[in-house]
Ligand binder design. Structure first.
Ligand SMILES: Cc1cc2nc3c(=O)[nH]c(=O)nc-3n(C[C@H](O)[C@H](O)[C@H](O)COP(=O)(O)O)c2cc1C
Length: 293
């Protein structure tokens, strides 16, 4: 798994040894490194060790360029990936919790890796993005702005979007169908992971050769269940086959690992969307929330 954290002392040594990186240094304390990436004299990013175990667990970033940190990525559980995102409005001391939890970790892995690599900056930036250190601040602002939008969309999602984000974050859900091949209907369940929101519809993907596909063809009533962070979702409805090749393409683009087994043009790939669906979010601590689409 990609990691954001690193040993603070090693990072300092690296910084001190590299004249280009050293120029970025605003200050370096026993538990923090503060850098000015764009050379405007004010700090842009701070890597710090809040827990005191010698590892970087928090990154604070000045996204607005006014010398105040306003985005904080914090790795609370020490697994090396930030799981808390805090945001402070311009000039405000108040921190707003944007996102928290393991779902957020998944979303942050990419940006976390990139931020960590600022510490090994020059070659990486040149090779991967063909940009100089002075361009880095702009790059980070742009990239993190997208990230913040995405996190906000996830946190504030309602209706079918909320169902989609939950399933997308959870990674694996369990899909049940009715098997009527033996005469008496019997339930079947298996793990699934494909999920796509396309044109306002929630799609899953399978192969037509699979029993699950045949069971849905014979009886489209299906239900899935997923659980994460104390909340479980049950989604019941009819699964409708859709032969639209654009949806199949979008599914394979979103989940490129499927391309090893499927292509949008083959006879096997199947996408199905939920119709007349009822999604119920439940937990032990609050009333169930029902969403119909
Ligand atoms: C984590 C995980 C995710 C999976 N996601 C899918 C999926 O999205 N679509 C699919 O057709 N099979 C998926 N599979 C494989 C199916 O569970 C497997 O092919 C199963 O046997 C299909 O059900 P069936 O035997 O009743 O046809 C996944 C398997 C695992 C372990």
């Amino acid at each position: 798994m990609n990691r954001i954290s690193g040993n603070l002392r090693k990072a300092k040594l690296r910084l001190m040894k590299d004249p280009e990186l050293r120029k970025l240094l605003v200050r370096s304390g026993w538990d923090e490194i503060v850098l000015d990436l764009d050379g405007d004299g004010s700090a842009d990013v701070c890597f710090s060790d809040e827990s005191g175990d010698g590892n970087i667990d928090t990154i604070a970033i000045d996204l607005t360029g006014d010398g105040e940190f306003n985005l904080y990525l914090h790795d609370a559980d020490g697994n090396g990936i930030p799981d808390t995102v805090l945001w402070a409005d311009d000039g405000s001391e108040e921190l707003e919790l944007l996102a928290f939890g393991s779902g957020v970790e998944r979303e942050l892995i990419d940006i976390g890796t990139r931020i960590r690599r600022i510490l090994i900056a020059e070659e990486f930036l040149n090779e991967e993005f063909n940009i100089s250190l002075t361009d880095l601040s702009a790059y980070m602002k742009e990239h993190l702005a997208e990230l913040i939008d995405e996190v906000n969309r996830m946190v504030n999602a309602e209706g079918i979007d909320k169902v989609y984000y939950f399933l997308d974050n959870v990674g694996t859900y369990y899909l049940s169908t009715v098997d009527t091949t033996g005469g008496t209907p019997v339930p079947r369940v298996r793990p699934f992971g494909t999920i796509l929101l396309y044109d306002g519809k929630l799609y899953i993907q399978t192969g037509k050769v699979k029993d699950v596909s045949k069971q849905i063809a014979a009886n489209p009533q299906a239900e899935l269940c997923a659980f994460q962070d104390g909340v479980w979702l049950r989604l019941a409805g009819e699964l409708v086959n859709d032969d639209n090749i654009e949806v199949k393409r979008a599914m394979l683009e979103k989940m490129p690992e499927l391309k090893a087994m499927y292509s949008a043009e083959d006879d096997n790939t199947q996408v199905l969307y939920f119709k007349n669906a009822t999604a119920t979010f439940s937990s032990f601590t609050s009333e169930p929330e029902v969403i119909k689409f």
